[in-house]
Write a protein that binds this ligand. Sequence first.
Ligand SMILES: C[S@@+](CC[C@H](N)C(=O)[O-])C[C@H]1O[C@@H](n2cnc3c(N)ncnc32)[C@H](O)[C@@H]1O
Length: 183
Amino acid sequence: MVKVVVLRWGHRPQRDVRLTTHVALIARAFGADGIILSDTEDKKIKETVDKITRNWGGSFFFEMETPWKKTVRDWKAKGGTVVHLTVYGENVQTSDVLSRVRKIGKDVLVIVGSQKVPGEFFSEDVSDFNVAIGNQPHSECASLAVFLDRFWEGKKLAENFENAKIRIVPNERGKKTETSRRF
Ligand SMILES: C[S@@+](CC[C@H](N)C(=O)[O-])C[C@H]1O[C@@H](n2cnc3c(N)ncnc32)[C@H](O)[C@@H]1O
């Protein structure tokens, strides 16, 4: 199965903490293998996300500080595909962009921005595909969730996260959980 890693660009430690945490949690919950918080560090977010992974399972990684150019260069050198999520891209619903991404069959690096992204992100040197989750501006959280869910055709929402200390027993009403001794 191909690997998907998210590159979060443009995190501003003073104002993006909650949003970047949500981007990371969405990446994990919707089936990405890890996230790279490029060009900056935020130890608090890493702690929060790593703690979620320890408790709720899986092997999601959180990497910080790597310059985005190095990440993209290394990813492409290994034959991976780069998808830039942008409102200006090819519409995921009205074009065949998603099937073209899938057809390549290579690992996918998904770039999401926060503030205005560098113009080079749109170029062939960086992105193999510029994908829009509809051509209306919204949010990195929404675009990442929809992209991953469509990419995996919903399958990752049924996935069992290995080595979890706690898991939820889906229930019509109320809150039911199990701890690791029982599964
Ligand atoms: C809140 S937007 C701000 C974008 C910024 N104003 C710009 O012009 O690049 C932050 C990120 O959300 C994502 N995003 C927002 N709307 C999107 C859409 N319709 N399709 C895909 N990605 C979107 C993009 O990754 C974008 O970099």
